[in-house]
Write a protein of this length. Sequence first.
Length: 123
Amino acid sequence: MSGARKPGQALAASRITSADVRRTPVTYRRATDVALEELPNQRSGAACRDEEPELFFPLGEGRAFQPQITEAKSVCAACPLLSACESFALAHPAMTAYGIWGGTTPDERTALRRKARAARKAA
């Protein structure tokens, strides 16, 4: 990916405006810290640890946000905590209502939860 952001490098200023910042959930930094603390003894191993949190909190899921979502998911794909993070996100829907967690978007997590509920009812 040409022009890809390096770990720890800030997002391009053209991606985020002051209006976007006002719409961004104010608890996202705290939520990610809590999530990493919930993953016992693995906090320092998370691939997202050295990334800007804004990368994982696109302002939508539409076409305009796909490059950012794809970039966040690529960080997740290389993370040794991917399945633990996804499990955490699925178990804590209120805390993970926004953003990319375990390589999934909010809509993808909702679909996974519905599928799991349907499977439990069918069993």
